[in-house]
Ligand binder design. Sequence first.
Ligand code: PMP
Length: 357
Amino acid sequence: MAATTVAANTTLSELSRMVGNTPLLGIECRFRGKRRVIYAKSEQLNLTGSIKDRMALHILRSAYETGQISPGDTIVEATSGNTGISFAALGRALRHPVRIFMPDWMSHERKDLIRSYGAEITPVTKEQGGFLGSIRMAEEMSARKSHVFLPRQFTNEANVKAHETTTGPEIWMQLESVGRRPSAFAAGVGTGGTVMGVGRFLRSMDKGIKVHPVEPAESPTLTTGIKVGKHRIQGISDEFIPEILNLSELDEVIQVSDGDSILMAQKLASTLGIGVGISSGCNLLSALTVQENLGPDAVVVTVFPDDNKKYLSTDLLHSEPAREGYIAPEVELLGLSILQRTCAFCSTSLTSLHRIS
Ligand code: PMP
């Protein structure tokens, strides 16, 4: 019998089978006396456990197509964590060395995971400029060395496209399979790729759909335009307004407290068995806030960007006091429905979807 041949190199198209096409969860709850449903994409189920795999895969694919990256080039990126984990894993699978610059206050699980994929990390202190310092150092490295590819997630339109061509269409089709259409989408802003890309796709289907960026109440950079205060929702609000985020295309910014987000994420794990990170708690609360304005029957969608395993050493795994104004204590989680992953056939028939003018 002929021996089975195993491909020496993983290809982008093979990796793409482990990224995206995530289930859409219908979170059933009671809030302020009314039964409601909020829909959330289960992005913790991606290859490395976060939504950033979609962006990393799409940026690498576009860079190969346009000749911006060649085999063996070093991938160098500034990131608060999940992006580094995605590029470290996908980069290694494609045989690229990976170098990550990141603020030194990010959870140690993030740093250990990046190192576990064979990538090198340069921790950047507050004195060295924190997040902005990380971006500057990545740029300086690419100016000094050849054979370096910079994904530049904060300025690269391929980040937005990743969500415009995958996350957005998946949401539309999954809701359509149960005869529903989205009224609004809300998501915390790190690079803004998720909210811009999903928002653009949903608005191309129905321009009446509301699209809300979300920020931590303790550090309202989107509202003030500057870095203010500090917060515990890792992955969002990275000290500045990213270039790919166009606030004039979006509806009003929603603010959520970090402690409230922690309480909500804890409740998702302990009540429904959905172990997600702090920004997922934040996103669910923002979606409920939007629904409160639109009415309890509005179909409001968000994303759960990552799982809870990267937060074992953070406040997510400790008792969090409920403060005045928090809404998580008022949310009674009742159950879960799960809308299937989309199939390859459905994705290709997207152009035949009915657009609402
Ligand atoms: N939550 C987490 C945990 C993240 O890592 C990120 C990405 N930094 C986001 C939310 C925000 O996603 P985006 O960069 O697409 O705005």
